[in-house]
Design a protein around this ligand. Structure first.
Ligand SMILES: Nc1ncnc2c1ncn2[C@@H]1O[C@H](COP(=O)(O)OP(=O)(O)OP(=O)(O)O)[C@@H](O)[C@H]1O
Length: 235
C-alpha cells in the first residue's frame, strides 16, 4: 500500500505526542523505533484509523483514515501490545474464527483456515482451550494469528514480542520475514529489524531519522546515549 502522512500532528489533551510528521511509505517491511513515550504507538494507531490526527492527513492507497475508516480497517490489520485488548472470544479457535466472519466462507473452509493458522503459530494443541488461560506469550501469538488469518494488505504490529520468550520471538520474526504483506513493526527489539527495508526513529514526538536499518539503529543508539546525559531526560 502507499502510506502517506502529511503534516501529521497529534495531541492527547494538551500534550503534543506527534509533531508535523510527513512521510511516504511504500516499502515491504518498515520498522519503527524510539524512546519510551516518543509517539510510536500513536503513529501506529494513526495508520489504521484507530486515531485520527488533529492536523494533517493519513492516507492509504488514497483512502483517508479520517473519512474512510471502514474500508481502511478491512485492509489494515492491527496487533496491540496487550493481547487482552483484542482477544474477544472464549476459546482459542473461536477467536481466530471471529476475524473470518465477515468473509462469509463455507464452514469447512473456515475450519481449515483456522486449523492452518493455529498450526503455523504452534497453537494447535490449545485450539479448544479458554483463550484467557493462555500464557501472556501464547496470547500474543493468538492475537497475531487472529489478525493474520484475515489476510490484511498491511499489518501494523505494535511491539508484538514484548511478552515472548526467545523461541516465540524467533517464531514471530520468521512469520514477519515470510509475510507477503506489507508490515509496519513498532519494536524495542532491534534484532527484529534486520533485513527490514526502512526504519523510522521517533524522538520527543518527532520523526527524527528515516533510513536503512543499520544507519537508523546507529543513529538511534547515539541519540539514546546523548539523551542519557540530558538531566531532563532521566526518569
Ligand atoms: N490515551 C492517552 N491519553 C493520554 N496520553 C497518552 C495516551 N496514550 C499515550 N499517551 C502519552 O503520549 C505519549 C506518547 O505515547 P506512545 O504510546 O505513542 O509512545 P511510544 O513511543 O509508543 O512509547 P513506548 O515505547 O513506551 O510504548 C506518552 O507520553 C504517553 O504517556
Amino acid at each position: 500500500m502507499l502510506i502517506e502522512l502529511a503534516g501529521v500532528t497529534h495531541h492527547y489533551g494538551d500534550r503534543l505526542v506527534l509533531s508535523e510528521v510527513t512521510a511516504t511509505l511504500t516499502e515491504h517491511r518498515i520498522g519503527v523505533i524510539g524512546a519510551n513515550g516518543s509517539g510510536k504507538s500513536t503513529f501506529a494507531r494513526l495508520l489504521n484509523g484507530l486515531l485520527v490526527p488533529d492536523a494533517g492527513s493519513v492516507t492509504l492507497d488514497g483512502l483517508d483514515t479520517a473519512r474512510d475508516a471502514r474500508a481502511i480497517r478491512r485492509r489494515v490489520g492491527f496487533c496491540f501490545t496487550d493481547p487482552d485488548a483484542q482477544i474477544v472470544m472464549p476459546t482459542v479457535a473461536e477467536d481466530v474464527a471471529f476475524g473470518l466472519r465477515r468473509l462469509k466462507l463455507p464452514r469447512a473452509e473456515q475450519r481449515e483456515r483456522v486449523r492452518a493458522a493455529l498450526a503455523r503459530a504452534g497453537l494447535s494443541e490449545h485450539a479448544d482451550h479458554p483463550a484467557h488461560l493462555l500464557s501472556g506469550g501464547q496470547k500474543q501469538l493468538l492475537a497475531l494469528t487472529s489478525v493474520l488469518v484475515t489476510e490484511p494488505d498491511l499489518l501494523v504490529l505494535d511491539e508484538p514480542t514484548t511478552l515472548l520468550d526467545l523461541r516465540n520471538t524467533r517464531r514471530i520474526a520468521a512469520v514477519v520475514e515470510t509475510l507477503p504483506q506489507q508490515v509496519v513493526l513498532v519494536s524495542h527489539d532491534l534484532d527484529l529489524l534486520a533485513g527490514f527495508d526502512r526504519v523510522l526513529v521517533f524522538d520527543e514526538a518527532r520523526l527524527v531519522v528515516d533510513a536503512a536499518p543499520d544507519e537508523a539503529i546507529t543513529r538511534y543508539r547515539s541519540l539514546m546515549t546523548s539523551g542519557a546525559e540530558r538531566p531532563e531526560q532521566v526518569p
